[in-house]
Design a binder for this molecule. Sequence first.
Ligand code: HEM
Length: 70
Amino acid sequence: MSCHSIGGAGGGTGPALDTIGDKYDAETIARYIGDPTSVDPGSHMPAQAEVSQEDREAISGFLAKQGGDS
Ligand code: HEM
């Protein structure tokens, strides 16, 4: 939340994640958290290596539901 927002709450360093579920599935978001450039070679997001696998799966499961058709 220091860098991303959902529903208008959160920071603006990174893009809002309100519709991220329309772009990536949960598995891809989980991979993005740990290694952003493995998903988007041009990504400027710092890898969130400290986030545990369990937390990555919880966060990406939630984010994959953010969006119009997810
Ligand atoms: C567990 C925490 C985080 C998650 C789940 C997350 C998730 C994401 C996702 C899914 C994207 C791709 C957005 C898109 O393609 O539309 C993204 C991009 C980005 N994130 Fe994060 N992020 C996290 C933490 C952070 C932090 C802490 C920062 C700031 C230090 C950050 C900064 C960015 C930036 C700058 C981008 C844009 C990358 C680019 O296109 O160059 N993120 N993030």
